[in-house]
Design a protein around this ligand. Structure first.
Ligand code: ADP
Ligand code: MG
Length: 483
């Protein structure tokens, strides 16, 4: 039987405002527990919330970037439930009239394809506090610093059909919010969190299957793995004639499995009602249009510009615009060396591998954009071959200085001196009687391939420094005189 996976994501993004959604308390990460929660955040009697305009600006910017409708009138509601990290007894959120309505976004897949994912809506809400389980034997601690931090919850339509598509969508959201500068997008600190709704159905079936909601997925890699194992679990159950229960499940990354947390709650359970402490927020057209004008260049537009301005392939342009830092790095390298294609190759190849290995971001790269540009300049002007360039690159990583310093210090300059190369060619030919004999007797069409042996020997003799084009030319001439 052929199964189709259906996924809808709910992504929570912490907005990087200075203060909370309804109070002046600081949102800074890492403060001592319970030093940044004020009376408003805890809804002490007699306090009143005041909406933070910056949070609205950020939410609207996000909506505009998602080609979504912006609501001229939005309303806050109370979602009532009890949990130790929610001292108010309700979360202030939006339900009926969220700030951002329907929209859509294009995602790019690894095989080069792309597709549109529809946004159902995005709403503003406050974050809860945090329960701490690790440092307290048999007890839990509560840190309320996070209570009241502004979030947007971004709800997609169930448009994704594989774990890879879900990851591509999440990456796109990540790249949009960081380009906009409305969130630091740091998943490890919980600034961007994702719940995945997963169901399966037989291919061709129209009706959606029963879904489960996966919580606690805190990295791109885990999103992919959690969806895969959950879909497998559901398929196994259905193939055995069972049925799926609609429930909330927890992803356990250590065991790579999902397990039941609770049966799915429905909106009614929360007794939602409009918050009597907050007026509806009404926006003017001019306010929204002003924000639209101020939007920075977004990833898709930047990728198109990279294709037209630098002649990059769609794939390279997409790779280089996924995050703002990479795009900036690329543009700096290009400006300084004027070689977009080489710059793109080095950044998506050698540099990406290095950053991956060291598990660091491009902003922390040990090779600066200027240093890479210096290296590329020396490849382009034939001072070094691309093979030697890899050696120089490693040395730059190790902090040995600029490409020029390293080439000079290590004597790596490519040998392009005709006399010197001729001498090496002669020596290798003289020491390779058998190979020369084979070459002579071989069919004309086989000869180019047979030159490889000689080129290899000459390269070795020159420690990789002889100019490959020149070797080929001189070698061919010399061998041909022996025919
Ligand atoms: P709730 O009201 O319980 O939060 P929603 O209808 O708002 O449920 O959907 C929440 C998320 O679940 C959305 O991202 C939506 O796309 C997704 N979703 C809904 N039904 C399914 C399904 N059958 N399979 C996969 N995802 C689904
Ligand atoms: Mg929901």
């Amino acid at each position: 039987m052929e199964w189709e996976i259906v996924i809808g994501l709910e992504v929570h993004v912490q907005l990087s405002t200075e203060s909370k959604l309804f109070s002046g308390a600081s949102t800074r990460f890492g403060a001592a527990p319970n030093t940044q929660a004020c009376a408003v955040d805890l809804a002490m009697p007699g306090t009143l919330p005041v909406p933070n305009e910056q949070a609205f600006r950020y939410a609207i910017m996000f909506g505009l970037a998602m080609n979504a409708e912006i609501s001229k009138r939005s309303v806050f509601e109370r979602k009532n439930y009890f949990y130790p990290d929610l001292p108010k007894g309700y979360q202030t959120t939006q339900l009926e009239q969220p700030i951002v309505g329907a929209g859509e976004v294009e995602i790019h897949l690894e095989d080069g394809g792309s597709k549109k994912v529809r946004l159902h809506h995005a709403h503003l809400e406050e974050d809860a506090g945090k329960s701490l389980h690790e440092d307290f034997h048999g007890m839990s601690g509560i840190d309320l610093n996070r209570a009241g931090t502004p979030l947007i919850e971004i709800v997609s339509e169930p448009d994704m059909r594989s774990a890879a598509e879900a990851v591509a969508y999440l990456r796109k959201i990540h790249s949009i919010v960081t380009y906009l500068g409305i969130s630091d997008g740091d998943m490890s600190q919980g600034s961007l969190r994702c719940d995945a709704n997963v169901s399966v159905r037989l291919k061709g079936e129209e009706k959606l299957g029963t879904r489960t909601e996966l919580k606690n997925i805190n990295s791109f890699r885990f999103v992919e793995r959690a969806i895969k194992v959950e879909a497998e679990r559901q398929i196994d159950i259905l193939e055995d004639g069972g049925s799926i229960e609609q429930e909330t499940r927890l992803y356990d990354a250590d065991k790579n499995e999902t397990r039941s947390m609770r049966s799915k709650e429905v909106a009614n359970d929360y007794r939602y009602f409009p918050c009597p402490d907050l007026l509806p927020v009404v926006l003017t057209e001019e306010y929204i249009e002003q924000l639209r004008k101020e939007l920075p260049e977004l990833p898709d537009t930047k990728a198109e510009r990279f294709q037209s301005e630098f002649n990059l392939s769609a794939y390279d342009a997409d790779q280089l615009t996924q995050d703002r830092d990479s795009a900036e790095y690329f543009e700096t390298v290009c400006k300084s060396c004027g070689e977009p294609k080489l710059a793109a190759n080095w950044i998506t190849g050698e540099l990406a591998a290095l950053l991956n290995r060291k598990e660091i971001s491009i902003a922390e790269s040990p090779v600066s954009a200027t240093q890479l540009a210096g290296l590329i300049t020396r490849i382009k002007d034939n001072t070094i071959s691309s093979k030697i360039a890899k050696q120089v690159f490693e040395a730059i990583c190790e902090g040995e200085g600029s490409a020029d310093d390293i080439i000079e210090k290590r004597g790596l300059k490519q040998v392009s001196d005709t006399g010197a190369i001729e001498k090496m060619v002669d020596e290798v030919i003289a020491a390779s009687d058998a190979q020369v004999d084979n070459y002579r007797r071989a069919d004309e069409s086989k000869r180019p391939k047979m030159m490889g042996y000689f080129v290899g020997q000459i390269m070795k003799a020159s420690k990789g420094q002889a100019n490959p084009q020149m070797i080929n030319k001189i070698l061919k001439e010399k061998l041909d005189t022996l025919l």
